[in-house]
Design a protein. Sequence first.
Length: 646
Amino acid sequence: MSLLPVFTLIVRITAMPAYDFSKGSALDDSDEDPIAGVYPLVEQDIAGVDVEMLRPSSSLGAVMQHNAVSDEGLRWPGAVVPFLFSVGFQSEGIKRPLVLKAMEAIENLTCVRFVQRTAHQTAFLVILQSIKGCSSHVGRQGNRQLVMLDTARCFPDNTNGIVQHELMHALGFWHEQSRTDRDDYVEINRNNIDDPDQFLKHDDSQTFGEPYDFGSIMHYGKNELGVKEDVWTIRPLEKYGNPEIGQRRQLSPIDIKKINKMYRCRGYPGGPPLGQTDEVKEPIFVTPHRGCLYQYSKSVRLGRFTVQDVDPSLCTYLTVTSTASLATYETVFNRGFVNDLNAMRGRNPQLKILLSVGEFSSPEILQIARSRNATINFGYAAVRTLRNWGFDGLDFVVRVNSTTNDRFDKTLVAAFFRELALIFTKNSAEQSLTRLALSVVVFPDPDSMALIDAPKLDNLVDIVNVVAYDLGDAASPDSRSVVHHSPTVMGPTGQKGPDNMESLMASWASQGFAKQKLVAGIPFFGRGWWVPTTGRRPELGSPARAILRSSSEPSWPYYEICHQSKENGVESIFNDTIQASYIYSAAEGWWIGYNDVKTVKAKANWIRNNGFGGVYAWDISRDDFGGDFCDNGRNPLLRAIKSALG
């Protein structure tokens, strides 16, 4: 089996790892740069250059002639720069945030993104704590390359301008005064220079058509590298007056233009144009929504449900889930399965395919969410993977994890989704592709509801899947009452209460979600109880002896309920009070509440008539997908939903 690199592109992310993955060992700050050590630093802070040949070593391939590298191989593909911190910066306190702020300053003004390095990336920056000053290679070297930062000298007064300077080197920029036309703007005092190689001028410089920039963060200062520190080494020609040179506060406007031109950012030559009203192509879902949740490799008791059993004409979006954790997706999905999913669009070209990455409360996702850099890395890796597979977006389950004590709040959830939404929007605008979608599954218990900031998420997600089943104590192993797990109206015991589909949908709308984004969950399974064999039909809320399990789990797939009904000669009963169905065996003393065709039609009709977004099925493998048990053809529940919603 040929396995995809699946979500290892995304999930092998830690908050801030301090490892050299190519070696498999921690990067110690005493590590020497294996390339930079071959030659002395050029122009004070440029590593890895053979001055005699005006070229770096052959392993680098950079040409020293340019003000900015012209070789595409020395630019970071997609303007994405992977990085990691060395061990020293793991505990360096205020200095590490200053490095991140320097990166953020560049990100805010360009399309460049610095992302936490993942194991598959062989070319990356190592931010190394140094005692040898501040230095960097110029451009992408194709392997590990060091940005060396002396914490005593590279952060004067806790500023980050010098770091921005070194990061511009790493992006592919030489010093401003190395331009071939520099003698038209500045003069060099060679009497105060010990090493003329530190003031090289490079032929055929790539300036992107921009004028000489005295204010560049890449320009030397007046007394730079002088034999006598109080005597100038470089200064503007008299005709230009006395402009400041050598500032290390921020990128100049021309610095910003050069980065954007080099990386073909939006609105610059070679990049996507600005000013288009349709620059972000929004995903278009067929509505009302008919969501289909599909559990990959799900074994069912009376047959195995495969991707070939999915009828895409019955779904407007298909959310693919797995019982695998994020870290093991690559051992689950394979290219054949992905191809089969995409082939469904031949039968339904408007079908959207979303990948569920599971519980937000999982240790993997929480670790990512708690680091902005890791979240950004996750987002860009998700874009690459989803585009590679032809999928249309991501789905997340947000609820309290009762098995751990790892708590989080709605602020963290909203911040995580905001970063993903920004990345998906940026990718759409820059690549002229349809924006990848985001969907979320929300739960009815108070603790899980408290994790959702509805007004904020409403602006970030496309679909809100509302869990409207397993309400009240229906799923509790300690339950000893006959209750319906998914009533349309009223409560699970038939009394007034909030635990029903109508109340939940209204509640989420009142909290701030647009009604058209709210999609009601309809379970394609039932839950049952052993009841006293009194000969009388048990009422909702009456005592139960124990949970009635199916052959392998507490819940009952719809097709198995049909099988149970026929085997025992009992018929479905529709309860008008709760607008949901059940079957009951007086002889054997059991009761199962579930959703039959009449129930799902009642729910779908209510959703349509009240202006909500649609319904989703959990999950489609539990319908009578083969048409073997319910005497109503293939997929009777999905067909009933489509009929009701239109």
